[in-house]
Design a protein around this ligand. Structure first.
Ligand SMILES: Nc1ncnc2c1ncn2[C@@H]1O[C@H](COP(=O)(O)OP(=O)(O)OP(=O)(O)O)[C@@H](O)[C@H]1O
Ligand SMILES: [Mg+2]
Length: 173
């Protein structure tokens, strides 16, 4: 991590203890250079997708802190359990203005699939894999609470479906 990034990260560790947790768990320097003005939170870089949270938005918004904690908790559990139908966390990265979660890239989400591809022969398998994803999530003792077509990612060849976006997920009691 370069000196300037390290300084910013240390500063944020006081205000955002979750950043300290990520640093302790071995987060690496982010390869991204995102700008909050980009108005997006998903960045493609090399072979992977990165879901980005800006420190500023985490400081401004308590809800965002809950969101990032839920997202990281489930993505990490899914990686530990090698869940087949849940997005798996590939790494946590800290930058000057953001933290990023590295994820496998998928071709399309189910919303675009329904609008653009919509091959009815795929649908039974897709629904089966959605149910398998929900079962894996429930076995991790979480409920999704935001299941919708844009939170379901699909690769077509070979067909693979994973659930994403665990920001609203909550532990089952
Ligand atoms: N691993 C991935 N591969 C390809 N595209 C992805 C991946 N993860 C997310 N996306 C795309 O980015 C979109 C938003 O991702 P996600 O649901 O994780 O973030 P979000 O915070 O809910 O964003 P929004 O509030 O805009 O839905 C997805 O609907 C999908 O189109
Ligand atoms: Mg979403």
């Amino acid at each position: 991590m370069d000196e300037n990034t390290r300084r910013v990260v240390l500063l944020n560790q006081h205000q955002l203890p979750i950043i300290k947790l990520f640093a302790l768990e071995g987060a690496q320097q982010s390869p991204l250079n995102p700008d909050r003005g980009d108005n997006k939170n998903i960045y493609r870089h090399g072979e992977f997708i990165y879901k980005v949270y800006f420190y500023d938005e985490l400081l401004e918004n308590q809800q965002k802190l809950l969101n990032i904690a839920n997202e990281q908790a489930v993505l990490k559990l899914a990686a530990e359990k090698e869940s087949q139908h849940l997005a798996n966390l590939k790494g946590v990265y800290l930058g000057r203005n953001h933290v990023a979660f590295k994820l496998e890239v998928f071709e399309t989400d189910f919303r675009d699939y329904l609008e653009e591809v919509r091959d009815v022969r795929h649908l039974p398998k897709i629904f089966q894999m959605i149910v398998l994803g929900l079962r894996e999530l429930h076995d991790l003792r979480y409920v999704h609470r935001d299941l919708k077509p844009d939170n379901i990612m699909i690769n077509l060849k070979p067909l693979k479906v994973v659930l994403i976006d665990f920001e609203r997920a909550s532990l089952r009691t």
